[in-house]
Design a protein around this ligand. Structure first.
Ligand code: GUN
Ligand code: FE
Length: 427
């Protein structure tokens, strides 16, 4: 028998589809060479000599995937929540992100961000940094050290933002090229670059063209924002009257799926054409329910996306969202879908615990490859949850305990965490 093998013992729960949980009570989860080999009720004889970590009555779930968050915004999470998106960007976001020109500020702010993300149940994330190359590299160094597996983007923006944070088109492209070269030299194991045009209002056509050149030259993925807020969408219509719909802008520049793996955050107001194009191009949607409430954007028709077979994950969107805790994001997704069903459109039933858990694991995990499940061959990202802090007067079944975790868990429940078979230090 070749390769390094270890086994986790506990109550194992994972998804194959949005429809149901797969549960193995007091089971064995086998990791071989960083990949899931199998989940067993009784340990196969051939594995008898392998090391076992017995987590007793704890729950073992796949690591959670945050498909969209902003590392520099972590400092002001929970603040400035009384504005709509565009005003919120001007008043809170741009001044805060400008501070990352200082490496001293970046070092302290990103240290806090990285430590808290490390201690959370998140194992994978798609992260926005700022326009600043040195601070973005520093963030990537820190994330690499944490053992988490991430895509990180130096943000691009060359219009419609204050001078103190606005780039020149050529300068933005040049800095992005330098940043990519710096990243490649660093030979990170778990940290990869992702092109990050902030959103259409921040990027001229010329900059989009430059980014496409870099995308092709280095075969890079892309992340951005799409159809988030009514004011933003009207603005995109004025800026790009030639586009059929908002997402068509990115698509015209070849930055919208197809040969360019893409995550678009929000998609609250995507129309038929935009939904069809995302499906055709395999664009991933990052559903960010708390952010959509906080900056008064709306509620995305997530059930529609799931039913149509679009690729959907969950994003905390810190600091539109106030927390990196993806259990909160899952609960918010269920809760906001209920309000949508009650107040907006009763043809789309509310989301279930099974569906939001799927989105936060295998759904978003698809952007990273075979990630977010314990099916054979999936990368071994696992989180052990000890729910004993939340005592209950009666015995509870495993599904109920997971459902309760979705509503009540935070980093205090995280007892151990593994990324690609390597244990992450939580202390
Ligand atoms: N659209 C453009 N930039 C941002 C941002 O930082 N946060 C959110 N939620 N939406 C955006
Ligand atoms: Fe965002």
């Amino acid at each position: 028998m070749n390769g390094s093998v270890f086994i986790l013992k506990g109550n194992i729960i994972y998804s194959k589809s949005p429809k149901e949980f797969h549960i193995c009570e007091r089971g064995y989860l086998v990791c071989r060479n960083g990949k899931a080999e199998g989940v067993y009720r009784t340990l196969p004889f051939r594995l008898g000599g392998s090391p076992i970590r017995d987590f007793g009555d704890s729950l073992i779930i796949p690591g959670l995937v945050d498909l969209h968050l902003h590392a520099p915004q972590y400092s002001y999470r929970g603040l400035g929540m009384d504005m709509e998106l565009l005003e919120w960007l001007e008043v809170n976001t741009f001044p805060e992100e400008a501070k990352f020109e200082s490496l001293d500020h970046a070092r302290e702010a990103y240290r806090i961000f990285t430590e808290n993300l490390r201690q959370s149940a998140t194992t994978r994330a798609c992260v926005f940094a700022t326009v600043h190359r040195p601070a973005t590299l520093l963030l990537m160094d820190m994330l690499e050290k944490s053992g988490l597996d991430t895509y990180v983007g130096k943000v691009n923006m060359d219009r419609n933002c204050p001078d103190y944070i606005c780039e020149e088109t050529e300068g933005s492209a040049r800095e992005t090229l330098e940043w990519i070269r710096d990243v490649l030299h660093r030979n990170y194991e778990n940290t990869r670059p992702i092109l990050t045009p902030r959103f259409t209002p921040s990027c001229t056509d010329g900059l989009m063209e430059e980014l496409k050149k870099l995308q092709m030259r280095y075969d890079l993925p892309v992340q951005s924002h799409l159809s988030e807020n009514p004011g933003e969408i009207e603005w995109v219509k004025e800026l790009c009257p030639w586009a059929e719909f908002y997402g068509d802008v990115y698509d015209r520049f070849g930055l919208f799926g197809a040969d360019c793996p893409t995550v678009m955050a929000h998609c609250v107001y995507s129309d038929e054409r935009e939904i069809a194009r995302m499906k055709e191009n395999g664009v991933f949607i990052a559903h960010c329910p708390e952010s959509n409430m906080n900056v008064s954007s709306g509620i995305a028709p997530v059930r529609r996306f799931l039913e149509e077979g679009l690729r959907v994950g969950i994003g905390s969107d810190v600091a539109g969202g106030s927390t990196e805790n993806l259990f909160r994001a899952m609960a918010h997704a269920v809760q906001s879908s209920k309000l949508r069903w009650r107040l907006v459109d009763d043809s789309l039933e509310p989301l279930t615990a099974e569906e939001v858990f799927y989105m936060a694991t295998k759904g978003g995990g698809g952007f990273f490859g075979k990630v977010g499940s314990f099916e054979q061959g999936y990368e071994f990202d696992a989180v052990v949850l000890d729910d004993s802090r939340l005592a209950h007067p009666q015995p509870m079944d495993i599904r109920s305990r997971l459902e309760r975790m979705i509503y009540l868990a935070d980093e205090r429940e995280v007892r151990a965490k593994f990324v690609k078979g390597k244990e992450i230090c939580l202390s």
